[in-house]
Design a protein around this ligand. Structure first.
Ligand SMILES: Cc1cc2nc3c(=O)[nH]c(=O)nc-3n(C[C@H](O)[C@H](O)[C@H](O)COP(=O)(O)OP(=O)(O)OC[C@H]3O[C@@H](n4cnc5c(N)ncnc54)[C@H](O)[C@@H]3O)c2cc1C
Length: 299
C-alpha cells in the first residue's frame, strides 16, 4: 500500500500534522521513537488549556485523539533512512520494514548539548532550564544563574533579568563577554563569574549551590543554560533539504522544503523560539501543505 503521507517524529509537531492529515482523510503513518527533547521535565508551560501539563500526558492525550481517525496509524519505530525514487519515498524503519509514501513530513525535533559541567543533567529540567518563557515564571524572584559558554550568554542574561534581578552569569571558564557587555551587566547588579564551575550541588534536581574551581561557593536556586542545538535526525540532510544559518530546515508558510514532497515542521524548522504550541501550529500548517499538494496532483 502507498501511504499519502509519512510523518516522522511524534512530538507536538508530528502529532498535530497527523491530526490534520487524519481529518483530511489522508492515509498517514506517524513514526516515533519516543525520545522527545523535553523528556527531562515533568511540566510544560505556555500552551493554553494545557499550562503545566506533564509532557507524557500531552502526548498521551494526542495519541488518544488520533485513535479516532481511521486513516492514521502510529508506529513506535525509528526511521533509519528515507530515499526518494521517482515521485515516491521509501521509509525504512529500525525493525527492517519499508513503507512507501507520496509525501514526507519531517518533525524529528532537536537534540541538546548541555555545557560540560559536572552533574548538570541531574538538575536540567527540574531547576535548570533553557527557555525562560517555558520555565521563568516558576523561578521568578529566586537567586538564579545564567550558565553559558557561548556568545548568547549576554542575551540570555538580559532576558532572564525580567524574572529575577538576583542574577549572576557564569561563563564556566570561557571569555565570551565583551567589555561593553560586562559593563552593562555590572550596572544592573549582575555579577560575572568567569572561572570554571567544579560542581553543581543540590538534592532531587533542585539546585542549592554552585562551586567553582577557585574554591568560591555561591548559593543559587536555579538557572538557565544556553545549550548547543542540533537536528536529532539527519534525514533532512540526506534528502537534500536546505538549512538556514541557525541549523533549521528552511520551509515556506505551509511547511514545504526545497525538496518536492518533503515538508518540515516544529523545532526541526524553527530553532527558536521553540515552544510546544509553535511546533503544533507548524505541524498543522505542514499538514495543510501536504493536503494542498495532494489535491493539486489528483483533482
Ligand atoms: C527542558 C525543556 C523544557 C521545555 N519546556 C517547555 C515548556 O514548558 N513549554 C513549551 O512550550 N516548550 C518547552 N520546551 C520546548 C519543547 O519541548 C519543544 O519546542 C517541542 O518539544 C518541539 O516539538 P517537536 O514536535 O518539534 O519535537 P519533539 O517534541 O522533540 O519531538 C520529536 C520526536 O521525533 C522523534 N524522532 C526523531 N528522529 C526520529 C526518527 N528518525 N524516527 C522516528 N522518530 C524520530 C523523537 O523521538 C521525538 O519523539 C522545553 C524543552 C526542553 C528541553
Amino acid at each position: 500500500m502507498i501511504l499519502d503521507c509519512a510523518v516522522i517524529g511524534g512530538g507536538p509537531a508530528g502529532l498535530n500534522a497527523s491530526l490534520v492529515l487524519g481529518r483530511s482523510r489522508r492515509n498517514t503513518v506517524l513514526f516515533d521513537d519516543n525520545k522527545p527533547r523535553n523528556s527531562v521535565t515533568n511540566e510544560s508551560h505556555g500552551f493554553i488549556t494545557r499550562d503545566g501539563i506533564n509532557p507524557k500526558e500531552l502526548r498521551g492525550i494526542a495519541s488518544e485523539e488520533l485513535d479516532k481517525y481511521p486513516d492514521v496509524e502510529i508506529k513506535r519505530q525509528r526511521v533509519i533512512n528515507v530515499t526518494k525514487k521517482d515521485q515516491l519515498f521509501m521509509i525504512e524503519t529500525d525493525d527492517e520494514e519499508v513503507y512507501k509514501a507520496k509525501k514526507v513530513v519531517l518533525a524529528t525535533g532537536l537534540k541538546e548539548k548541555l555545557p560540560d559541567i559536572n552533574r548538570i543533567n541531574y538538575f536540567y529540567g527540574i531547576s535548570i532550564f533553557s527557555c525562560p518563557f517555558c520555565d521563568g515564571w516558576e523561578l521568578r524572584d529566586r537567586p538564579l544563574a545564567v550558565i553559558a559558554e557561548n556568545s548568547r550568554a549576554f542575551h540570555m542574561a538580559k532576558v532572564v533579568y525580567n524574572w529575577t534581578n538576583d542574577l549572576i552569569v557564569s561563563t564556566n571558564g570561557s571569555q565570551i563577554l565583551s567589555i561593553d557587555e560586562k559593563n552593562v551587566l555590572k550596572k544592573k547588579g549582575i555579577k560575572i563569574y568567569e572561572q570554571k564551575i567544579s560542581s553543581l550541588i543540590g538534592d532531587n534536581g533542585y539546585l542549592k549551590n554552585i562551586s567553582f574551581e577557585d574554591g568560591t561557593t555561591l548559593s543559587r536556586e536555579g538557572g538557565f543554560i544556553v545549550p548547543e542545538l542540533e537536528q536529532s535526525s539527519s534525514i533532512g540532510e540526506v534528502l537534500g533539504c536546505e538549512f538556514n544559518n541557525q541549523g533549521a530546515i528552511k520551509t515556506d508558510g505551509i511547511g514545504r522544503t526545497n525538496v518536492e514532497g518533503v515538508f518540515a515542521c516544529g523545532d526541526t524548522s524553527i530553532i527558536a523560539p521553540s515552544q510546544l504550541i509553535i511546533a503544533a501550529a507548524e505541524g498543522s500548517k505542514a499538514a495543510i501543505g501536504v493536503n494542498a499538494a495532494l489535491v493539486e496532483e489528483t483533482f
